[in-house]
Design a protein around this ligand. Structure first.
Ligand code: GTP
Ligand code: MG
Length: 445
């Protein structure tokens, strides 16, 4: 447990600017002093109480005050909250008074959550979930952050860590009591447990980066020949004129990105330069960027002018794979777009950005593709590269432990594996836990 903090910290918990309400949070050993500083009595625990805040004979605001005594608060410390009118003048006056109370200082970014972690109110995955929930822009991001905040991911990793600690305790018993009659079954039980853990963690890792993509946003690239209507599609999806469109082929040179909410998922749609061989160095660079963006995308839209079969060339054919949606645009023009049907997995989607026909169906199809690929309803998913790196390290160490020639080396690898898992939740107290389990194990023997 961390030593008790010396300072009581305070900060405005709501966004700056004019608002109906602003909430100032105060946490730390002297948080209770805040009430006297404003001429208030201490409110009953966890009840909002009307508060006439006074300072230097002046009424600063008519607001509300709340008191959350330790440990039943967000940080686990004594916490006070002042619910004020959200004006700059009120906030400035209140913050000035707070700054003068002995032992008080302004909180650093993330300091409330850090204290909550140090007081074991949250593990690291839950602290990350608080940040994700605050940043969530779409329904999928909100759902994922809430599940993580509820501890689903942390519980999964803690469960694995416990099982690993048990395997490690057995492995250490093999080292410490080599002459005693430890049954052979202990040796095989450790190996079996480690094998099962490798399989479970590897399965969790093979998630197609779904959790991370939901959190960071999915990438969709619009690719195709010049003049097919790629920029027009970006504008239609974004519902504003983001990219220049014109009848001149080769209008777009750079990649243009729009951040959108498609069916509750955060997506970044990239409009790209039309793909064609070009002598023009600027256009050639645009084509190179378009191809790179296409390769990195989770989903590609191959946008074709449905009225012009002759535009199809090898550069475009190379783009088509199961993650490519073929769209035949300009169906308002003469010409049957059926030629585009054989290109992708199913028939090409018909679209006219001129009339709007097919746009709704395209959005529905995109949403369905995204939901199908990135469904997050099942087991909790890895949401950060940090988790992934630690899990990969853990599996690597487990695999090495199975190959180790000496029980001591196997134990060392198991220890590394436990630490990797512990780093994800911030529970790195390997030795304490091991002592506990080890004692239990020896008694049980
Ligand atoms: N008739 C018709 N014209 C369209 C349609 N969609 C786009 N256009 C027109 O086609 C031309 C090219 O559209 P853009 O969106 O600029 O095409 P692009 O694929 O971005 O072209 P580049 O940037 O040159 O690669 C513009 O004049 C659009 O107004 C459509 O469905 N029907
Ligand atoms: Mg364009």
């Amino acid at each position: 447990m961390a030593p008790p903090p010396e300072h009581t910290i305070y900060a405005c918990a709501t966004a700056p600017g004019r608002a109906g309400i602003a909430v100032v949070r105060i946490s730390g050993p002297r948080a209770g002093d805040v009430f006297a500083a404003f001429g208030l009595g201490r409110p009953a625990a966890r009840r909002l109480q009307l508060a006439r805040l006074r300072a230097e004979g002046d009424v600063v605001d008519l607001g509300m005050a709340a008191w959350f005594p330790a440990p039943g608060s967000f940080t686990g410390e004594d916490v006070a909250e002042l619910h004020l009118h959200g004006s700059q003048a009120v906030l400035a006056a209140v913050l000035t008074v707070l700054g003068r109370i002995p032992g008080f200082r302004l909180a650093e970014p993330g300091e409330f959550t850090r204290r909550a972690f140090e007081n074991r109110k949250l593990d690291l995955t839950e602290a990350e979930a608080v940040a994700d929930l605050v940043a969530a822009e779409t329904a999928a991001q909100r759902r994922q952050a809430l599940r993580q905040l509820a501890g689903e991911l942390g519980a999964l990793y803690e469960g694995w860590r416990h099982r690993l600690l048990q395997a490690l305790a057995r492995q250490e018993a093999l080292i410490d009591f080599p002459d005693e009659d430890l049954p052979d079954s202990i040796f095989s039980a450790v190996r079996a447990d480690v094998g099962t853990l490798i399989a479970e963690i590897s399965g969790h890792l093979a998630d197609n980066h779904r959790g991370q993509r939901v959190r960071e946003g999915l990438a969709i690239a619009i690719l195709g020949p010049p003049n097919a209507g790629k920029s027009s599609l970006l504008n239609a999806l974004a519902r504003r004129e983001m990219a220049i469109t014109s009848p001149i082929p080769g209008t777009t040179r750079d990649v243009i990105e729009a951040h959108l909410d498609l069916g509750g998922y955060a997506v970044t749609v990239s409009d790209t330069a039309g793909l064609r061989p070009s002598e023009d160095i600027v256009e050639a660079e645009g084509v190179r960027r378009a191809q790179a963006r296409g390769e990195a995308a989770d989903l590609r839209i191959l946008m074709l002018d449905g009225s012009r079969p002759e535009q199809m060339h090898p550069l475009l054919r190379e783009l088509i794979d199961p993650d490519t949606l073929v769209v035949a645009n300009k169906i308002d023009l003469a010409g049957d777009p059926a030629w585009a049907d054989g290109l992708g997995a199913g028939p090409a989607l018909r679209l006219s950005l001129q009339t709007g026909a097919g746009l709704e169906a395209l959005v529905a199809r995109l949403t369905a593709e995204i939901a199908g690929r990135f469904d997050t309803a099942g087991a909790p998913l890895i949401t950060r590269a940090r988790h992934r790196a630690a899990l990969e390290e853990c599996v690597g160490a487990l695999a090495r432990s199975l190959e180790a020639d000496l029980p001591e080396l196997a134990a060392e690898d198991l220890r590394l594996a436990v630490r990797s898992l512990g780093r994800i939740t911030g529970r790195v107290d390997v030795e304490d836990m091991l002592d506990l389990i080890f004692r239990e194990f020896c008694i049980g023997k």
